[in-house]
Design a protein around this ligand. Structure first.
Ligand code: B12
Length: 211
């Protein structure tokens, strides 16, 4: 079967929450040495459709939960291939977390995995992290970059508040925000230094900032 066909099948399998088919397609593509980042991008597209179906009331909350679980299993399969294929030897420390009020962490975890493939040290504070906690940990861990993840509208206020707190305390550090729903407008609203909506672009940005 052609690659393009399986890639579109993979997007549909995730969108339709067909766990068995999605995982079989991933196994098949990995055996064919497909680029893990392309597989992840396809799964992201599938999850976007899950989100659209949820927004149109075609799926309930259980659909979002199921979509998240399938993606988690996909990552278990893809992770070793990613670690084999992507490697680098950089040094630097990134303080990372999903901001207060938001519990989405799949994207944050991919970003973290990619950073560690490049041998960067990642301090992951988890999800729903209050602004004060980011600041407290930054003072303690002295990272080179602060990276904030957020997917829901509510997270933009938390990002803005976190960044405001760092500036108010005159804590100088490059601040990157990431998440699929971000836009130029949100970026200006939060006052961040950089924004990205793809983990691999975020990693390249961090490597550049650390040079
Ligand atoms: C799966 C999912 C969930 C799962 C999350 C599971 C988990 N462990 O993360 C669960 C079921 C928990 C969930 C809950 C909710 N969700 Co939800 N969810 C999704 C869904 C379908 C996929 C998100 C996802 O994981 N995508 C895959 C990952 C890999 O993509 P990503 O996160 O964007 O990450 C990529 C990049 O953005 C980037 N990245 C991400 N973070 C960072 C950070 C940095 C620094 C960098 C550099 C890069 C980076 O790297 C990744 C790889 O490239 C989205 C739909 C969508 N379009 O995104 C809705 C969506 C985000 N959810 C939504 C909503 C409404 C909710 C709920 C409020 C629902 C409810 N009624 O309870 C709750 C929120 C709870 C809360 N307080 O946070 C809305 C948000 C709308 C809005 N504008 O606010 C969306 C857009 C769906 C929709 N269309 O309505 N959700």
């Amino acid at each position: 079967m052609s690659r393009t066909k399986t890639h579109s099948q993979l997007i549909s399998a995730i969108a339709d929450l067909n766990e068995e088919l999605a995982l079989n397609l991933i196994r098949e593509r990995l055996a064919e040495n497909d680029d893990p980042l392309i597989l992840i991008a396809n799964c992201e597209k599938g999850l976007q459709r899950v989100g659209e179906r949820y927004a149109r009331h075609k799926y309930y909350l259980s659909g979002l939960i199921m979509g998240g679980e399938i993606f988690y299993e996909v990552m278990e399969l893809i992770q070793p291939a990613m670690q084999d294929r992507i490697s680098g030897t950089s040094s630097g420390r990134v303080l990372l977390g999903t901001v207060e009020g938001d519990i989405h962490d799949l994207g944050k975890n991919i970003f973290k995995l990619l950073l560690s493939c490049y041998k960067l040290t990642v301090y992951d504070l988890g999800v729903d992290v209050p602004p004060e906690e980011f600041l407290r940990q930054a003072k303690k861990l002295q990272p080179d970059i602060l990276a904030l993840s957020g997917l829901i509208t509510k997270s933009y206020d938390s990002m803005r508040e976190t960044i405001r707190l760092f500036r108010q305390e005159r804590y100088r550090i490059p601040i990157v925000i990431g998440g699929s729903q971000l836009s130029e407008e949100v970026f200006h609203y939060t006052g961040a230094d950089y924004w990205v909506n793809k983990a691999d672009v975020g990693v390249k940005l961090c490597l550049r900032l650390l040079k």
